[in-house]
Design a protein around this ligand. Structure first.
Ligand SMILES: Nc1ncnc2c1ncn2[C@@H]1O[C@H](COP(=O)(O)OP(=O)(O)OP(=O)(O)O)[C@@H](O)[C@H]1O
Ligand SMILES: O=P(O)(O)OC[C@H]1O[C@H](OP(=O)(O)OP(=O)(O)O)[C@H](O)[C@@H]1O
Ligand SMILES: [Mg+2]
Length: 294
């Protein structure tokens, strides 16, 4: 099979650790030494790999410098990049799920929502595009100040309002700020250049890489359980198993036992194992799963 050698831009910073871990678990390990921004992935489908700031990745993918990139929806929107969102990945800096781009002021401000922001207020943000449009839509003229980080530190003594990303809310809270509005939710995304996505060979490779990454994400919350069960206990055991999919059952040779294996949610397994034991299951094995591809 002829491969098109996909080029990929991976994010430095908040998304870096989770992204590199995901690729490693997908057997697409990003091989790099510290400070090396040109790593490699030993897979025949993948060519050039670069580590870049996520703020820049959507633009480079849009312009065709890379076939694929991983960044946040906030930076895809802020840069107005015209890319294909190949998949929504479920991780952020410290965990899973979405992050929010919010509007915040000091907690002592007598303001409870964005419509009460005074005209001419000084607004600090890493997202000038999103923020400008937000206040234009509100018809509140404000003074925009581009921030290069630590935005929450600037309110109230340097700035009146901050527009910034929040995941856990810790930074806002520790700096005495309160949220009075939300501009958007953001999630981590795999994005593709439109021409690459339209190219049949590159499309196939992109979808194969997506399948491998999702195989890991889907497997993270599940485990494989196997056990030996006396025939007399079969119905009780099968009734105790989650109905996700019918378990695989095979007869053991020479004794009146069955072997059962099934995939169960990881967060249920510590409650399930004692229950299965009580129903007569023996030799219960809990086996981690690397990938699940439905
Ligand atoms: N907790 C988080 N903080 C910041 N960005 C996050 C977080 N979780 C996910 N992201 C996503 O990561 C991208 C921001 O990456 P970036 O590395 O610039 O964040 P950062 O925290 O400012 O990084 P750094 O710590 O290097 O300043 C955005 O697309 C954002 O949606
Ligand atoms: O809601 P939280 O879980 O507190 O996370 C959100 C904070 O984390 C990031 O800051 P970062 O640590 O990157 O510092 P920076 O603002 O200087 O980039 C982001 O810019 C927010 O400030
Ligand atoms: Mg930052």
């Amino acid at each position: 099979m002829v491969y098109g050698m996909i080029t990929i831009a991976l994010p430095k910073g908040s998304l870096e650790a989770q992204t590199l871990q995901l690729f490693k678990e997908a057997d697409l390990e990003v091989r790099r030494t510290d400070r090396d921004y040109n790593p490699r992935i030993d897979d025949p489908r993948i060519g050039k790999v670069k580590i870049l700031r996520p703020q820049e990745i959507p633009t480079y993918v849009d312009k065709g410098y890379f076939d694929l990139g991983i960044s946040g929806l906030d930076w895809i929107t802020e840069t107005g990049s015209d890319v294909v969102e190949v998949a929504d990945l479920s991780y952020s800096k410290t965990g899973e799920g979405n992050v929010k781009i919010v509007v915040a002021v000091h907690r002592d401000e007598p303001i409870e929502n964005v419509t009460q922001i005074r005209p001419g207020s000084r607004v600090t943000t890493e997202y000038p595009g999103l923020t400008k449009k937000f206040f234009e839509d509100l018809k509140i003229p404000v003074q925009l100040f581009h921030s290069f980080g630590a935005s929450e530190a600037k309110v109230p003594d340097l700035m009146d309002v901050v527009v910034d990303l929040t995941e856990t809310g810790t930074t806002l809270r520790k700096n005495g700020l309160k949220i009075i509005g939300q501009i958007m939710e953001s999630h981590t995304a795999i994005i593709a250049n439109k021409a690459s996505w339209a190219d049949p060979e590159k499309r196939r490779e992109i979808e194969e890489i997506r399948t491998l990454l999702f195989g890991v994400i889907d497997a993270r919350h599940k485990v494989l359980l196997t056990m030996n069960v006396p025939t007399a206990s079969m119905e009780k055991i099968v009734a105790a198993l989650p109905a996700m999919k019918k378990p695989t059952v095979s007869r053991l040779h020479g004794i009146d036992y069955y072997s059962i294996q099934t995939v169960v949610p990881k967060n249920s397994v510590n409650g399930l194992i004692p229950k299965l034991k009580k129903c007569g299951a023996e030799d219960i094995l809990e086996i981690p799963i690397s990938k699940i591809v439905p």
